[in-house]
Design a protein around this ligand. Structure first.
Ligand SMILES: C[S@@+](CC[C@H](N)C(=O)[O-])C[C@H]1O[C@@H](n2cnc3c(N)ncnc32)[C@H](O)[C@@H]1O
Length: 234
């Protein structure tokens, strides 16, 4: 088992100052290397966002979220993120999305109750964040809709007829991941992309994708970061 999947290590470091410091330092190196061959304007924006808000998403992961959201510019459908915390990845998406409608979903009270599938590494209430502070942080971007509460319950009945071209999941838990996959994926347009954080490091997230894709044509594409993605078939 890779070191980073060690449960004792995850329980000790998960969300701690040490983990954030490690991700920040590692991201500095990633962004420095990417700076040799990527657009300097985009790289400056990514670096600025890192300095603005706490996050456990690395520089390469930020880069990928921004690139995929940008690639949806001419696709039909809305964008959604579940798992916002302090708003870092939401800002990435805002920077890329143009005028498209963006659904921002979180309990804003932190993680829901973990289940056995999560292996005891997450704690209820971790990553709580203040909705007003997120709204202030993203106030300059158009067409944002906030959905407060456990997703997908918070959007059921409201967005049932909505189509999505890009969905970003960063929910850390088995049950949240499974329920969000079941809600969003059938509503995605052909060619739409769903990305999840933590696929290679959190067992609950990995299990949810495994079960969801077991009988599907679309299979998980594992990325060299902790992320994975699913591309919606025609
Ligand atoms: C690791 S944080 C997200 C980090 C964020 N993407 C960033 O930019 O750093 C996980 C978030 O998922 C949220 N969450 C988990 N399951 C959820 C669910 N079913 N519905 C709504 N929010 C959920 C938690 O409240 C928490 O804010």
């Amino acid at each position: 088992m890779p070191l980073i999947q060690n449960k004792a290590l995850q329980r000790t470091l998960g969300g701690s100052f040490l983990e954030r410091w490690f991700v920040h330092a590692f991201s500095g190196v990633q962004l420095f290397v990417l700076g040799f061959h990527k657009d300097p304007v985009k790289m400056r924006m990514l670096r600025n966002v890192r300095g603005e808000r706490r996050s456990l998403v690395t520089g390469a992961e930020q880069f990928l979220i921004h690139s995929i959201a940008s690639s949806m510019r001419h696709m039909e459908g809305d964008i959604a993120e579940v798992g916002v915390y302090a708003g870092s990845t939401a800002k990435m998406i805002c920077e890329a999305k143009g005028d498209r409608r963006f659904h921002i979903c979180d309990t804003f009270e932190g993680l829901p109750e973990p289940t056995d599938e999560d292996g005891g590494v997450e704690k209820k209430g971790s990553f709580a964040c203040d909705l007003d502070s997120i709204k202030r942080y993203l106030r300059n971007y158009p067409n944002l809709e906030y959905h407060v509460g456990f997703c997908p319950d918070s959007i059921r009945g409201k967005l049932d007829d909505t189509k999505f071209c890009f969905v970003h999941l960063d929910v850390d838990l088995y049950s949240s991941t499974k329920q969000c996959l079941e809600y969003f994926f059938p509503r995605m347009v052909p060619g739409g992309i769903l990305v999840s954080h933590d696929y290679s490091v959190l067992q609950g997230v990995r299990q949810a994708f495994g079960e969801f894709t077991a009988d599907r044509r679309e299979q998980v594409i594992e990325l060299p970061t902790t992320q994975c993605m699913l591309v919606k078939g025609a």
